[in-house]
Design a protein. Structure first.
Length: 187
């Protein structure tokens, strides 16, 4: 029974993928958002928890020097950073590169702020071919759709059929970043 279901499933997959086999493989890309909770501050003396919803209440005007930082109004200098990253092998992937599967795919990216330092992206590349590759990845760090920084990363060689992780350093954390989009530009 299981073999007949598997045979039917394989036929359905083959028929479904047949038109796609003639299509051109696209470059792999991914876009992720920073994960942050609601900003809050607990006053150690009173125990009061202050959030954007209750700050400034009580009918008292807020002086300009007491206004909170508005990340949507920040302006960051346009900069493009070139980096080299060392890929660390973490597993293997099947050889699937072809007309509809890119040679290298990027996945499972994570954006985080390293306290006191820079924004960092952790990502994984899959070499879907049977040859070593020297990938190049471009990442764009943005704040509410406004560019903050662009980074072009030359990743060390990844062997055939290897899954490897690497890190990309972004702008300093004194610039607010809420999203990063990364894509493999070579091969």
């Amino acid at each position: 029974m299981n073999r007949s279901l598997m045979a039917v499933s394989l036929c359905v997959v083959a028929v479904t993928l047949a038109p796609a086999a003639r299509a051109q493989a696209v470059k792999s890309s991914v876009e992720i958002s920073a994960t942050t909770g609601v900003p809050e501050f607990r006053d150690p003396k009173t125990g009061m928890v202050w959030t954007p919803e209750n700050v400034g209440q009580g009918g008292k005007p807020i002086l300009p020097e007491d206004h909170a930082f508005d990340p949507t109004s920040q302006s960051a200098p346009a900069q493009v950073v070139l980096q080299r990253a060392t890929a660390k092998p973490v597993g293997s992937v099947p050889v699937t590169a072809g007309p509809t599967v890119p040679i290298v795919t990027i996945e499972n990216t994570m954006l985080r702020a390293v306290p006191g330092q820079r924004w960092q992206v952790i990502a994984y590349l899959n070499n879907n071919s049977n040859k070593p590759v020297d990938p190049v990845v471009e990442c764009r760090f943005t704040n509410h759709g406004n560019p903050v920084s662009a980074t072009r990363v030359t990743v060390s060689q990844i062997g055939p059929s290897v899954r490897a992780g690497f890190a990309v350093m972004g702008p300093r954390i004194n610039y607010f970043v809420d999203k990063v989009s990364c894509q493999v530009t070579s091969p």
